[in-house]
Design a protein around this ligand. Sequence first.
Ligand code: G3I
Length: 321
Amino acid sequence: KAGLLYFGAATDTPGFRERAPYPQSYAQYDAILADPDEFGQTTPTNGQKWLFTEPQPALFNFTEGDYVANLANRTGKMLRCHALVWHSQLAPWVETTEWTPETLTEAITRHIRAVAGYYRGRCYAWDVVNEALDEDGTYRKSVFYNVLGEEYLKLAFRVAAEVDPAAKLYYNDYGIERPASVKTAGAKRLVKMLKDAGVRIDGVGMQAHLHADNHPTEDDLVETNRGYAELVDEVAYTELDVRIKTPVDEQKLKWQSECYEKVVGACVRTKKCVGITVWDFYDPFSWVPDVFPGNGASLLWFEDFSKHPAYDGMVRKFGEL
Ligand code: G3I
């Protein structure tokens, strides 16, 4: 795909896709997902998160994560693994335990050793820490930060590097796609902090949950990528979707296509941009309408399995580059 290592789609465990209106259409969904001409990479949208992998202290469960990891293996796709340390979808016990810095250090170490250890050698990349920054670019006051300060970031990357030396280790966040944003500046500070501490970090993942009616220019995206590329070996668009304010119409679908095309253009124009992952590809399985009512149609296939104009837009864009 025009110099990228992959173009992929994230997916979830079938049991988590209950919102889909037509259970009988799962076969069609699975066929598109499996098709190597559509997607060369996948990421589990939920299954490797702490809530599912360590629901009770030291009790590990890889059922959900394995569904997508095995699918990747079976269909010959690269696997991005997501996410080792995140304040959300945490097992409740992590938030209710009275931690000391020592006990939380042990718990994080045990979690990463178990999860990254279990998937060792199978993940092209790991999102080691996800969304550690607030909207103003300062550190988010998560349980991890409140107990350990920025030490938790160093710890997570150090342990991941020990456990799976071949995996590319990423910092992943949303709202860090534009060059002038304070959060982008925060992400760069975070990466520099890790590097100054002698900790290995290989990549910055920009989630890219974007809006059809207000999206960055391609040049802005390229400028952001170049900023990160001065600090790390690779960047990637890890959770791309482009939401539309419903109802959907032709104009909004056109803006959406332009946005998807700009991301393709920006990644191809950035030498260190390794790939693009859409955060699922089928509208009924998108997280967007649940969290932002009045928004939707953010992916590439409509509910009836017809394709968004953005699909052809991206194919055309890849062809031009
Ligand atoms: O666990 C229940 C399950 O038992 C039930 O069958 C199912 C019915 O719909 O709901 C399940 O929980 C939902 C879970 O997804 C699995 O589908 C949660 O209610 C729902 O909140 C959760 O949403 C996920 C969200 O992260 C949580 O923050 C989305 O699917 C997932 O796409 C989304 O992904 C995040 C990335 O990890 C990080 N970046 C932002 C991105 C979008 O929010």
